[in-house]
Design a protein around this ligand. Structure first.
Ligand SMILES: Nc1ncnc2c1ncn2[C@@H]1O[C@H](COP(=O)(O)OP(=O)(O)OP(=O)(O)O)[C@@H](O)[C@H]1O
Length: 256
């Protein structure tokens, strides 16, 4: 698997300190292109911290200090010459709680393309909005409500709106931090189907507490433990025949 798919992002000996506390102790992970990589492991083991390193979201956390190296298509994303706003357009993010802007559905999607100058005309912008909503599997449900508030949608629809918003700026990688934890089972299933479709065009890294979800949506799973990676491998193997006892104990519910 790692051999067949190009490495899109690569973390090498990544460390993170929050003030005096070290949250990551030298994590190395290859993120394969157009695959879903799941980050699993007990609470506080550093999954979200690592995820946030991939688009420099930790830059916004006071006292956070990142070491090691992370590349996107071989380019060091912590190089001082990197434009962080552009990086975050290439490596988008979807959060745990749907967080639409207090704007219309249309403007939620149009915001990114507008600030990044991606649309040459009003028609262009409309096309981006519609195609992003279609790709997020939301268009049919809300096509008559484009100018109503995004916050008026159901939780599951709001999360798909946030995914559409991430897609609208044509990212290459989408980071998802427990994207279904605030959703009911039906909305979760819809988002999981969407993740499966999105991997045709995007590289996805997802943090999840649900073992079933990791097994359903990912091709590669990385098991975090106390700020390190205990084991990484094809999802099927990780769930059927893990090498590491910590992975086995975690996926069978013995700790975590
Ligand atoms: N902003 C912060 N300031 C200080 N410590 C932090 C901060 N964010 C995270 N930490 C600490 O870093 C460690 C890793 O946290 P992180 O959120 O990455 O873990 P996680 O595996 O994603 O956990 P969870 O599954 O509970 O979300 C934890 O000990 C946490 O308390």
């Amino acid at each position: 698997m790692q051999a067949e798919h190009k490495v899109k992002m690569k973390g090498e000996a990544v460390t993170v300190h929050y003030g005096p506390k070290q949250a990551l102790h030298g994590v190395s992970l290859n993120v394969a292109e157009k695959q879903v990589t799941a980050l699993i492991g007990p609470s506080g083991c550093g999954k979200s911290t690592f995820l946030r390193c991939l688009n420099r979201m930790n830059d916004t956390v006071e006292g956070a200090k990142v070491g090691g190296k992370i590349t996107l298509d071989g380019e060091d994303i912590y190089d001082p010459a990197i434009d962080v706003v552009e990086l975050r357009a290439r490596v988008g993010m979807v959060f745990q709680k749907p967080n639409p802007f207090p704007k219309s559905i249309f403007d939620n999607i149009a915001y990114g393309p507008r600030i990044h100058g991606l649309a040459k005309s009003k028609t262009d912008l409309e096309e981006i909005v519609v195609s992003s909503l279609k790709r997020a599997g939301l268009f049919e449900e809300i096509k008559d409500r484009l100018h109503e508030a995004g916050t008026g949608l159901s939780g599951g629809q709001q999360q798909r709106l946030c995914i559409a918003r991430a897609i609208a700026v044509s990212p290459e990688v989408i980071l998802m931090d427990e994207p279904c934890s605030a959703l009911d089972p039906i909305a979760t299933a819809r988002v999981e189907e969407l993740i499966d479709e999105l991997k045709q065009n995007y590289t996805i890294v997802i943090v999840t507490h649900s073992m079933q979800q990791a097994a359903r949506v990912s091709q590669i799973t990385a098991m975090f433990h106390l700020g390190n990676i205990a084991e990484v491998g094809p999802t099927e193997k990780m769930f059927q025949n893990p090498d590491d006892k910590r992975t086995q104990d975690y996926i069978t519910g013995r700790f975590g």
